[in-house]
Design a protein around this ligand. Sequence first.
Ligand code: FAD
Length: 442
Amino acid sequence: MNIPETGLPRIVVIGGGFAGISFIKQLRKQKVQIVLFDRHNYHTFQPLLYQVSTAGLEPDSIAYPLRKIFRRNIDFHFRLAEVENINTENNTIETSIGSLKYDYLVLATGTRTNFFGNESIAENSMPMKTVPQALNIRSLILQNIEKADITPDEVERKRLLNFVIAGAGPTGVELAGALAEFRKGILENDYPSLDEDEMHVHLIEGQDRVLPPMSEKVSKKAQHFLEKLGVQVHLKTLISDFDGETVTTKDGKKFHTATFIWAAGVTGAPVKGINGEALVEKANRYSVDQFNKVNGFENIYALGDIALMKSEKYPKGHPQVAQPAIQQGENLGKNFKKILKGDKLEPFKYFDKGTMATVGRNKAVVDIGKMHFGGAFAWFLWMFVHLWFLVGFRNRVITFFNWTYSYINYDRAARLIIRPYKKKSPSLHKEEEAAVSSSVEA
Ligand SMILES: Cc1cc2nc3c(=O)[nH]c(=O)nc-3n(C[C@H](O)[C@H](O)[C@H](O)COP(=O)(O)OP(=O)(O)OC[C@H]3O[C@@H](n4cnc5c(N)ncnc54)[C@H](O)[C@@H]3O)c2cc1C
């Protein structure tokens, strides 16, 4: 694989997401060799994927080249590859470009879409976990609206303009709000022959409220915002099937649609080779101690979404969101400096900075400690926080410019069908499709 032997301890990191990059940043000036593997050559800012799907931002505003982030690290090596297996007997990983020995291994592979074992939903719905998938959704939405514009048959036109989203967590809520704004701002102006009232956005949720992980107060507020924008919210509704034409629910409802977006859950994305007590199969997450060390191993660590660290406050592990991933990466990076010096290690303590979700212009909701609020201030706060955490100065500037432009013009500027969506796009990774076999409830 052409990685030089420098005599320094080799730390192999799998995954350049929030956890992987915050870990490596800590070790910039340390006497270690770092080899990072990712199947993409960029870091993805997943919280803004929905903006790519709904033509609010270009994909390159939310992605950043991994090599560029670490260009100042001394003994750092990036390899674009799929990690396929871990051989813990001889401390080796096997990848699509060959195998490599490690002294320490850090697993930061995140999650993949969970279809709860439903093959037809996996086959026919649109997941949104990666930039290529977000671009698929963008193309499909725009293609369906274009088709609707030339379809004289009323039933088919309504199906093309019927958008159905499964899951009212932050992703589903944000997608639904953005699509409803699309109808308001774009359909009327750019498609004068289409009737705005023929376009529908349905948000389907199994639980009894939207944004189930957030407080009841903001959940009610978010539902109010959604309904004000014209989103049809269906609570306590479980989806049983989607055959490519019709979404069927367990209570017998039917939604005829050409765009069904699956935002109903994720499950861990472990790599083959570590099983037994180290892998909690129900959650597909590695069981770790309070130093993020994988149970049963002395030199393997797991971080972020893939790590399951149980504590009194978090008996099912930390929520699978960005902050635990960033903070665990930082803590393990600092602990590695201590390992190199032989100092005592610090256990991980999660500092919950709060949760937020946006529904649309001037409509966001925020939970911070005992404060629960929604509206314009929450929306500005949401924008500030997302700009702050975006990787790369250029991305922050471009995103800020785009948002300001859209705010003034009620526009979504990236309405381009660059690569038309065809069913079974090769851009879907085998791994993402393989999640079909998972059995975890989110
Ligand atoms: C649509 C969406 C919206 C979200 N919105 C929010 C939000 O608003 N706020 C929030 O806090 N969190 C949000 N999250 C969750 C947040 O993005 C995750 O919690 C966070 O990304 C976890 O970081 P991570 O480093 O553990 O994993 P990830 O960021 O997922 O990174 C994992 C990396 O590992 C790579 N990888 C995985 N397996 C392999 C392999 N076998 N070989 C090579 N490379 C591999 C992947 O390509 C990826 O780059 C959202 C997630 C999604 C999908």
